[in-house]
Design a protein around this ligand. Structure first.
Ligand code: TRP
Length: 454
């Protein structure tokens, strides 16, 4: 499938949808709100938006360039373009990063299945805010249930990867993404109208610059890479399936806008609701799982049937959004093993799935019975999240920017941006300037700032 006669997405909109499917996921609805909450709200969001436009979009186009030009998954793409030197290790680093992310991401994805189940059996209707907190704690700290759902989620991902992504994912994304979007807008409106919601809106929109610490910059940068699926070659692997006429700049812009809108809307659901029911915004990874069920109960208190249907639908769509993301992460490692070691796709996928389950089990137990085992003060789950999102992804993104900005032939970069001279690509000079100077220096500065070296 990968050599010679490579698969490709059916259409330009298929390419955008697949990339957006990878980008939109738990990063937007689960991770963005809790990172915003941990880092003080609106000021974090401003820095986040800066990172999306200054680093995210140009690096996304750079990743597209590498993938489409090399026609190989990221593990092999750097080597294909630049066989000499150490650049191939950037590809390998990406594969490792994606594999590690999938390990703990799949745990949270599994939680969404538990919540579909709990919503479906009607367990939300009789609970107050404190009830939802203890429901989440009992669930996430118990050893078996989260592992069960982890296995289910990883097997579904495995199944889709083995069966081939094109038809299923491309087609279902076309229905699912708009539906998710509508539901998110609807819930944001409901949440903003809850009693006492103004404080949450203020938290989200009124920046308090005294809260800007080095951690805020690192957190916002990490979140931008995580949410846009950047820094590990996920989108570059997808770009290897892009057609010749796919416009890289337009695609990046569309994906960036969709991804950012969903994240901001998720914030507009979570914070007004959290303040309304008195849950602290810095509750961490549990945040959406304790605030959201409340939104359904309170906003539709007069119409229990509506509350019931909306909560099931929401977790179902969240699970599907997570699925299109886990597929994209799984695909990078599977395609790498398939191309590099000439394994069949099925065998490659089995190795990846096995490895992911091991990391997933350890991450899941780290939230319960293994919580005392700490790495630099963090449990295994949080440590893995910190290492991948805040260090490995920005590092991978910086190296990709340097690779496309400085190392590869400028003619190639131009040809890819302009589709062999058939487009004007007016953004080109800015794009090159950012790749060469702004992104590498900016990312390095945020790292050094965090280390206190400024
Ligand atoms: N961006 C996805 C989300 O927001 C997660 C994801 C998919 C990802 N592929 C990635 C994160 C690659 C980092 C790198 O849920």
């Amino acid at each position: 499938m990968y050599q010679g006669n490579r698969a490709s997405f059916g259409s330009k909109s298929g390419a955008i949808l697949a990339a957006a499917g990878s980008a939109v996921g738990l990063g937007n609805i689960w991770r963005f709100p809790y990172e915003t909450g941990n880092h003080g709200g609106a000021a974090f969001i401003l820095i986040y938006l800066g990172c999306v436009f200054l680093f995210g979009l140009p690096i996304m186009i750079a990743e597209f360039t590498v993938g489409r030009r090399a026609k190989a998954s990221t593990g092999e793409a750097f080597k294909a373009i630049m066989p000499k030197g150490c650049w191939k290790y950037v590809g390998y680093l990406g594969v490792l990063t994606g594999f590690l992310i999938l390990g703990y991401y799949a745990v949270v994805a599994g939680w969404t299945l538990e919540y579909i189940y709990q919503a479906a059996v009607g367990n939300f209707s009789d609970k107050d805010p404190a009830g939802f907190v203890s429901m989440f704690q009992n669930f996430s700290q118990s050893p078996f249930r989260p592992l069960l759902w982890l296995f289910v989620f990883v097997f579904i991902t495995h199944f889709v990867i083995v069966k081939g992504v094109q038809k299923g994912i491309e087609r279902s994304s076309k229905v699912m993404m708009p539906l998710l979007f509508i539901l998110v807008v609807m819930l944001a409106v409901c949440s903003v109208m809850l009693p006492g919601a103004e404080k949450g809106v203020e938290f989200l929109l009124k920046p308090d610059f005294s809260k800007l610490t080095p951690d805020v910059f690192l957190g916002a940068m990490g979140q931008a890479f995580f949410s846009m699926s950047l820094g590990m070659g996920c989108l570059s692997t997808y770009a290897s399936y892009f057609g010749k006429d796919t416009r890289l700049g337009n695609t990046a812009m569309s994906v960036g806008i969709i991804d950012t809108c969903v994240a901001i809307l998720a914030g507009l659901i979570i914070f007004p609701a959290a303040f309304s029911v008195g849950i602290q915004p810095d509750a961490g990874p549990s945040l959406i799982f304790i605030t959201l069920p409340n939104v359904f109960q309170q906003a539709f208190s007069g119409a229990p049937a509506l509350a019931y249907i909306c909560s099931i639908l929401f977790y179902l769509l969240l699970a599907l959004a997570a699925l299109t993301s886990t597929i994209s992460l799984h695909e990078v490692s599977t395609a790498f093993l398939h191309e590099k070691f000439k394994l069949t796709r099925g065998k490659a996928a089995r190795y990846v799935t096995g490895g992911v389950l091991v990391i997933g089990i350890v991450s899941s137990l780290a939230l319960g019975m293994w919580n005392d085992f700490k790495i630099a003060g963090l449990n295994f789950f949080d440590a893995l999240d910190f290492l991948t999102a805040k260090i490995m992804l920005p590092l991978g993104g910086m190296l990709t920017a340097i690779f496309v900005g400085w190392i590869i032939d400028r003619k190639i970069v131009r040809e890819e941006a302009t589709n062999y001279g058939t487009l004007r690509a007016p953004y080109y000079p800015v794009y090159i300037f950012i790749l060469r100077y702004l992104a590498p220096i900016g990312i390095a500065a945020i790292f050094l700032n965090e280390l206190g070296l400024f």
